[in-house]
Design a protein around this ligand. Structure first.
Ligand code: CMP
Length: 143
């Protein structure tokens, strides 16, 4: 399998619950490497643009309000098959459907407030990484 990069967000509820270390621990234990990371508080314009694909969905306004309700951690994770691996560690979008032991099964309160976000494919990963990070922000692991 190829080395991939994916965009990961610890959402405002995850930061509020003080889960930054626990979430990163799970990603690292799963073989993923953090190659860029920062905390940011999204503006409504940022959150609206990031989730533009969901613009017509009934939950869009609530999603933007939630994603701007507190700071988030945005990160780029790298590894073999990183996109799928990251999604496996997060679990299904709806925590009621997430496999036991996944981040969402263990920590998410609802399908709306589900602690983490991850890119869903290679094209999305490229776009989402570029949304938050310049190429020079990403630090290839040299050791
Ligand atoms: P995420 O993986 O970041 O992608 C879109 C987000 O919208 C999702 O996680 C949830 O935070 C939120 N959301 C709210 N309601 C729904 C829904 N019914 N289906 C999918 N996502 C939803």
């Amino acid at each position: 399998m190829a080395i991939e990069r994916t965009l990961s967000i610890i959402k405002p509820d995850g930061v509020q619950k003080n889960l930054i270390g626990e979430v990163y621990r799970r990603f690292e234990a799963g073989g993923l490497k953090i190659v860029a990371a920062r905390m940011t508080h999204l503006s409504p314009a940022d959150a609206g643009a990031f989730y533009a694909v969901h613009r017509e969905r009934p939950f869009y306004n609530d999603l933007v309000a939630y994603m701007t309700s507190g700071p988030v951690m945005v990160s780029v994770l790298e590894g073999e098959g990183a996109i799928l691996k990251h999604r496996e560690i997060m679990g299904a979008t709806d925590p009621k459907k997430a496999d036991p032991g996944t981040i969402r099964a263990d920590f998410a309160d609802s399908i709306e407030e589900n602690v983490v976000h991850g890119s869903d494919g290679a094209d999305t990963a490229r776009q989402e990484i570029a949304f938050f990070f310049a190429g020079t922000d990403i630090c290839p692991r040299t050791r």
